[in-house]
Design a protein around this ligand. Structure first.
Ligand SMILES: CC(C)(COP(=O)(O)OP(=O)(O)OC[C@H]1O[C@@H](n2cnc3c(N)ncnc32)[C@H](O)[C@@H]1OP(=O)(O)O)[C@@H](O)C(=O)NCCC(=O)NCCS
Length: 153
């Protein structure tokens, strides 16, 4: 609950930047504890078990990383195993690069060997995050570049 205000600030900034729907923001303002409780479990999102990490520094919410434990045919084309975002006010400080590195440790823990990531071809920051973590390009699908990271055990 300590990060409630900074999470809400990050979501407001994200919605303002992208024009995305504010439904999640409204629900969070009403019931932040409920939002956290869902993310503390392993919800079945995208049709697969999903682990959600929030990266925080003291009371500041920095960003989120999700790990989809399996690929559906859709995720195998677009979406992949891992997704992430950094709060707009915390970008360009290396957080996403470090967050993905930590997320890959968790992928190892759940037994993944090859981790798929996809990102829009024009998303240069995300491409750099993936390449910095060992992502090897594997063509494009549905307007997104695909990358595989092979985990060492
Ligand atoms: C993509 C995203 C997670 C990057 O987060 P970040 O914390 O700013 O990333 P980092 O600070 O680790 O930067 C990674 C690299 O991208 C570069 N970069 C970051 N923002 C940039 C920008 N706006 N323009 C150009 N390069 C940028 C950094 O300089 C760094 O490059 P380097 O490794 O060569 O030094 C963030 O921009 C974001 O949340 N975007 C919206 C959600 C999203 O696109 N998620 C990924 C979906 S695939």
């Amino acid at each position: 609950m300590a990060v409630r205000e900074s999470w809400l600030a990050a979501e407001r900034a994200h919605c303002a930047l992208t024009g995305c729907p504010t439904e999640l923001l409204r629900r969070a303002e009403e019931d932040f504890a409920g939002l956290v409780a869902v993310r503390q479990g392993t919800p079945r999102w995208w049709g697969v078990p999903t682990t959600i990490f929030w990266y925080v520094s003291a009371e500041h919410y920095l960003g989120e990383l999700v790990i989809r434990h399996k690929l559906t045919p859709q995720l195998a084309e677009k979406g992949g195993h891992v997704g992430y975002s950094i709060a707009p006010q915390w970008r360009r400080q290396g957080h996403a690069t470090r967050m993905l590195a930590a997320g890959l440790d968790e992928c190892r823990r759940i037994g993944l060997r090859h981790v798929l990531l996809t990102c829009r071809a024009d998303n240069e920051p995300s491409r750099r995050v993936i390449r910095a973590n060992g992502g090897v390009p594997d063509g494009q699908a549905d307007g997104e570049d695909r990358f595989w990271i092979t985990l060492e055990y």
